[in-house]
Design a protein around this ligand. Structure first.
Ligand SMILES: Nc1ncnc2c1ncn2[C@@H]1O[C@H](COP(=O)(O)OP(=O)(O)OP(=O)(O)O)[C@@H](O)[C@H]1O
Length: 393
C-alpha cells in the first residue's frame, strides 16, 4: 500500500477567507466490474481547507472516477473519505451531496426550469423559506456576474454557453457548501469565454474560500486556477502534487516535464497575473453624462481612450477621444467585443484577449466587475523582456 501523500507545506495566502473544509482520501480504490486493473488504485491524498486543487493527467487515468467518489456519485470499492474530521464514506449520499457543490460541463442545468428554479433547487430541498431562497438566488446571480432582474426568469436555452456555466456555478454554491467539485466545467465554451469564466472563478473564490477540486485536460488552466496541482498517471497514481510554480520549476518525472512543455518564458506569462502589474488608471465617463466633459478630462490626462461605465460602475465600452468628441452625451451602448480581463487573469490571457479584439490594451475588472485600470501590450512585453534578461543571468 502506498503512503498517504500529505498536503505540501506552503500555506495558502494568509489573508484569504476560508469557508471550506479539508478533504482526506485514505487508500481509496475503485474497481469497475469486468476491468482487470482498478481505475483508481489505492490513492491517498489530503486537500487543505480553502484551496483549489487541480486534477490533471492523461485521458482515462481515473481523474473523474476519483472526483466522483468524493460526492459518492461513484461508490469506492475500498478506502475511506473524510470531510474535515468526519468520515463520510458511509454517509447517506443525498445528504452528503447537499454539502458538496458539483459543477459539470455546460452547467448541467435542467432545461425546463428557469434560472431561479435551477439555482434554488438545493435550498428548496433543504426546506428554506421562500423569501430566503429568493434573496439567495439574487445574491448568487450577482456573485457570478448575471443581473438577477434580467436573468432570473430565463430558461437555460435563452442563455449563452458561458452564462449557463455561470448559473451552474451559482447553483452549486446555493446552499453554501464547504466543498465544490468541478468536472471540466469550462471544457465546452470558446477560449475567450473560458478565460473570463476562469477569471470570475478566481474572483469568486477570493470572496468565498471554498475547498475546490477541479478536473481539467488543460495544463494552462491548471496553472492558472490551482493553488496546487495533482498530476496523475494510470490508476490515478499520483506523480506529483505541488504548487504550479514548483511543478514548472522542477517537474517530477519526464512525463510531467513533457506535460509542462517547452517555452518557459511564455509559461511565465501563465503564472504572472494582471494584479501584479502596476495598472494604468483610465479616464472614465458614465452613461448619460455630457461627452464634452469626458473629452476634457481625457485630454487633461493625456488619454486617447475613455472607458465608459454603466450606472453600476461596470465598463461597457472603450471609445477613442475622437469618437466621444462627436457625441453629445455618453451612450449606453454595450460593446460586445470590449477586451476585458480580471485582476486574476494571467498575462497570457490578457494577450489573447487583446489579440482577439485587435486592440493594444484591455480593460481590467476588479471586484464585482468594477473598473480596476487598464493593461497594455507594452506592459506585458516589459515582463517578457525582464524574464528573458533574468533567465540569461
Ligand atoms: N462505468 C464504468 N465502467 C467501467 N469502466 C469505467 C467506467 N467509468 C470509467 N471507466 C474506466 O475507468 C478508467 C478511468 O476513467 P475516468 O473517467 O475516471 O478517467 P479520466 O482520467 O477522468 O478520463 P478523461 O480525462 O478521459 O475524462 C478508464 O479506463 C475508463 O475506461
Amino acid at each position: 500500500m502506498s503512503d498517504p501523500v500529505p498536503t505540501p507545506v506552503a500555506p495558502a495566502a494568509p489573508e484569504r477567507r476560508v469557508s471550506g473544509v479539508p478533504i482526506r482520501l485514505e487508500h481509496v480504490t475503485k474497481r469497475y466490474p469486468g476491468q482487470d486493473r482498478p481505475a483508481v488504485d489505492d490513492v491517498s491524498l489530503e486537500i487543505a481547507a480553502g484551496e483549489t486543487v487541480m486534477f490533471v493527467g492523461p485521458s482515462g487515468c481515473g481523474k473523474t472516477t476519483l472526483l466522483k467518489m468524493i460526492n459518492r456519485l461513484i461508490e469506492p470499492t475500498s478506502g475511506r473519505i473524510f470531510l474535515g474530521d468526519e468520515d463520510v464514506t458511509n454517509q447517506d449520499p443525498d445528504r452528503l451531496r447537499r454539502r458538496i457543490g458539483y459543477v459539470i460541463q455546460a452547467g448541467g442545468l435542467f432545461p425546463h426550469m428557469t434560472v431561479a428554479t435551477n439555482v434554488g433547487m438545493v435550498p428548496r430541498m433543504l426546506g428554506w423559506e421562500k423569501p430566503r431562497i429568493a434573496e439567495r438566488i439574487d445574491e448568487l446571480l450577482d456573485l457570478v456576474g448575471l443581473d438577477p432582474d434580467v436573468y432570473r426568469d430565463r430558461y437555460p436555452r435563452e442563455l449563452s454557453g458561458g452564462q449557463q456555466q455561470r448559473v451552474g456555478v451559482a447553483r452549486a454554491l446555493a446552499a453554501d457548501p464547504p466543498v465544490l467539485l468541478m468536472d471540466e466545467p469550462f471544457g465546452a465554451v470558446d477560449p475567450i469565454t473560458r478565460h473570463r469564466l476562469q477569471d470570475e472563478l478566481i474572483a469568486i473564490q477570493g470572496e468565498i474560500g471554498k475547498t475546490i477540486v477541479f478536473v481539467t485536460h488543460d495544463f494552462d488552466e491548471a496553472l492558472k486556477l490551482g493553488d496546487r496541482i495533482v498530476v496523475f498517471d494510470v490508476g490515478a497514481r499520483i506523480v506529483q502534487y505541488d504548487t504550479p510554480e514548483a511543478i514548472l520549476a522542477d517537474p517530477a518525472e519526464e512525463y510531467v516535464a513533457k506535460f509542462v512543455g517547452a517555452g518557459a518564458t511564455l509559461k511565465q506569462l501563465t503564472l504572472t497575473r494582471v494584479n501584479s502589474l502596476e495598472l494604468r488608471p483610465a479616464t472614465t465617463a458614465t452613461v448619460g453624462e455630457a461627452a464634452a466633459a469626458a473629452v476634457a478630462r481625457a485630454r487633461a490626462a493625456g488619454d486617447e481612450l475613455i472607458v465608459v461605465l454603466d450606472r453600476r460602475g461596470r465598463p461597457i465600452s472603450w471609445p477613442t477621444v475622437a469618437e466621444v468628441s462627436r457625441m453629445t452625451t455618453i451612450p449606453a451602448t454595450v460593446d460586445e467585443k470590449l477586451p476585458v480581463v480580471g485582476l486574476g487573469s494571467t498575462l497570457s490571457d490578457a494577450l489573447d484577449t487583446m489579440l482577439a479584439a485587435s486592440q493594444g490594451g484591455a480593460v481590467v475588472l476588479g471586484r464585482r466587475d468594477r473598473l480596476a485600470g487598464v493593461v497594455t501590450v507594452e506592459m506585458i512585453m516589459d515582463v517578457v523582456q525582464r524574464t528573458r534578461q533574468e533567465a540569461a543571468g
